[in-house]
Design a protein around this ligand. Sequence first.
Ligand code: MLC
Length: 411
Amino acid sequence: MLKRVRIVGVGMTGLGRHGLPAVELSRQAVDLALLDAGMSMVDLQGLVAVPSISQPHFMQAHYIGTKLGLLPRRKFVVRTIDTGGAGPISALSTAAQIIRQEWADVVVVVASDAVLSLNSAEFARRADSSVEGSDLPSPCIPNGYDRVAEWHMKAYGLRREQLAMVPVIESHLAAKHPLAMCKQPLTLDDVLSSRRVGNVTNLLECARRTDGGCALIVASERHFKRHFTKALNLCPVIVSSGEASGPIYPPAADRITEELFSCERATEIAYQAAQVGRDDIDFFALYDCFPICLIRALEATRVCPVGGGGELVESVYRDLMRTGRVDTKRWPINTHGGLQCFGAPWEVPAMYNVVEAVAQLTGRAAARQLTPKPRRALVYGNGGIFSASSVAILGDGDYSAGTHHDIAAEE
Ligand code: MLC
């Protein structure tokens, strides 16, 4: 039987310009996550971290572990995961594997960066260098997604306005989150009249640069129950995960095909491993660094049919314009606002997908809480320019309620 692994603590710093090194943001996030779990530093037996672009270090996780005073320690395992923005979900699944292999019982997953504390030119230089060798004009990453968005428009009839409706919907959701960077709902006109960054991409459709740190404490259920007192119904189960990959940057527009994309396969693996399907998922936290990334994710996770992402976005948007609220029955997605409206510290933001999923699954999402409380969530991280996809299925693990159980999570 598979060892049951739970997310027992979450911690995150605020967003914005902190003027602190990324490792300090990691330290703050880890302290908060330990507090949430009812643990202290001595309880940790492993650390998985993702790279930072503002403060890159050889063996980033070892650097963080050393700076946090976690090393040297006899029983301790450390690993850096580099799948770009997919990193936090890959790291979560790595932490679960480390626990299932019995190398450790408690592992902290941590990500932090300080990209708002870099000036615009320096951020652009570093971000552009991540796709060195491509033919993309600067800013390379927004232009890479822009190329894919134009391809998708031609291939499936997606319209320019439908892309721009994504941040409008997400801004309405973000406005309900006290930590989100976007405080006020945006209008379609705000988005379409904001500075043009690519042919079909404007400023308000870009992942929003910020500093921030976030940590998740992952533990074996058996160990946690034995040594700690936090109620298990506040600790979602990691049910399954899946991963797949694409090239580091997209080919020329006339050579893009469906082969480029990997979220479909990552999702399929995760669904199959959990023995669930789209209809079993009540909340989706989907990577959305640019609108096209979210639209592809809606299609890959089967929230809507292939080519149907634009139509779904438009109908939710039209409904929002009519009623003044996002219908979360039809759009149980990114209730925190996603990368465009919550905030995006480089490789950190998929951590926020997990944090929001934990909040929803444990009924602690305050004004954003979906009703009825979701039982299962799908979290997705995307790295590079559709270069890495990592998906995980989380369950509320509230077996005491006797309403369901997570098949792949039996101990
Ligand atoms: C920026 N602003 C926004 C916003 N984005 N406001 C609302 N919503 C958004 N989505 C605001 C800023 O807060 C700032 O406000 C002003 O617009 C200018 O933004 P800037 O970033 O300071 O401008 P500039 O340096 O000129 O750069 C613009 C940009 C850059 C679009 C080129 O922001 C950028 O590259 N963004 C994308 C970042 C990125 O690529 N992330 C990785 C995504 S890929 P004020 O008030 O301060 O002036 C991914 C996968 C992976 O996620 O692996 O990483």
